[in-house]
Each structure stands twice: as C-alpha cells, then as structure tokens.
Design a protein around this ligand. Structure first.
Ligand code: COA
Length: 161
C-alpha cells in the first residue's frame, strides 16, 4: 500500500527551508502532499492561497511523487480524507519543539492513528522562517539565497515602494 505523508503549513511564502524538508520527506514516503492552509486561526497571510500554491508548484517542478493541495478546517480531517499515514513537520531548533509537541499531541487526540514525523532541515536554513524572509524583503534586503526565484520576484513586487 502506498505510504502517503502530508506536510502542512501556511507557506506564506515557501522558503528554501521548506523545500529542504519536502525533499527529505520524499525519501521516506511514496507520495507527499504539501497541504497549504487556506486560512489560519492565528495568521493573516500576505499572499492568497492561489499565489502560495503557485509558488510551491513552480519551485518543485522537478520533483516526482509530490502533490500540492489547499486545505481548510482541521488538518486531521484532510489527512483522513487522503488516507495518509503521517504528518510531516520541520524542526529547526529547540524553540520549535514545545509548539510542535502540542500540535502533534492535539492531532493525535483528534485522530489516534496518525503519526507525526519530524525532519530537521539543513543547518543553513535552521534560522529561516517565512516571517523573517518577509521582514528582510520589506526593508529592501536580499532574500535571493533564502527563497526560490519566483518568491524573490513576488516579494520584490509586493514591497516595491
Ligand atoms: N524552513 C523555513 N521555515 C520553516 C520551516 C523550515 N524548514 N519549518 C517551519 N518554518 C516556519 C514557517 O514558515 C512558519 O514561519 P512563520 O511563523 O514566520 O510564518 C513557522 O515556522 C511555523 O509556523 P506555524 O504557524 O507553526 O505552522 P505553519 O504555518 O507551518 O502551519 C498549520 C500550521 C497550518 C499546520 C496548523 O495551524 C494547522 O494544522 N492548522 C489547521 C487547523 C487545525 O487542525 N488546528 C488544530 C491543530 S491541533
């Protein structure tokens, strides 16, 4: 049976750190679904869902066994619908751990058969986050080594003064 993993996030926007996690997860699962949260309880994305999906599609063209889909509502509902065996999350530093533990336990409480698999991105991306990238771009700094080219271009356009 095909082992499907789901890598959820807001991806506002996708960074090279996320791409690193996607490539690692593809070594483990037969198929990986990048699940892009349409709306979030906590966050107000600057890119709309179609833009965020488009950035991921453009940056992962060369990868096989990868799907990119939007989801709304509870993550476990989406995971069940897809018949996935695990949720994939990136762990960059100890500071991620507490929140990720909470998320993993909550998801398990909601769906006891789901596992969460944590992958460590390469250390060169361990400081990276979508907020940091947006902040650098907002103040006119270069994000060329941090995000795929399509995201760099979109950020430039968004924050052009
Ligand atoms: N490289 C770069 N950045 C990374 C990263 C990596 N490898 N791994 C994580 N990040 C960043 C993300 O970009 C994000 O940065 P930001 O805060 O600057 O935007 C941050 O780390 C993680 O954000 P977080 O909000 O924890 O997660 P998320 O945006 O990745 O997604 C969901 C959270 C969507 C998975 C979660 O809210 C969810 O499941 N929502 C659905 C509703 C639900 O089921 N809720 C109940 C859950 S118990």
């Amino acid at each position: 049976m095909k082992k499907i993993g789901v890598y959820p996030g807001t991806f506002d926007p996708i960074t090279n750190g996320h791409l690193d996690v996607i490539k690692r997860a593809l070594k483990i699962f037969d198929e990986l679904i990048v699940a892009v949260a349409i709306s979030s309880y906590k966050k107000k994305p600057i890119f709309n869902i179609q833009e965020r999906i488009n950035f991921i599609e453009e940056s992962t063209k060369e990868l096989d066994n990868l799907k990119i889909e939007a989801f709304d509502g509870l993550l476990v509902k989406f995971v069940k619908q897809k018949g996935a065996v695990a949720i994939v999350r990136g762990l960059r530093a100890v500071s991620d751990y507490e929140f990720e533990l909470q998320l993993a336990h909550a998801n398990r409480r909601l769906f006891k058969d789901i596992e969460t698999v944590f992958l460590m991105p390469s250390e060169e991306y361990s400081f990276l986050s979508s907020s940091l990238v947006k902040e650098i771009a907002y103040f006119g700094g270069s994000v060329r080594t941090l995000v795929p080219p399509i995201v760099e271009k979109a950020l430039k356009q968004k924050f052009q003064k």
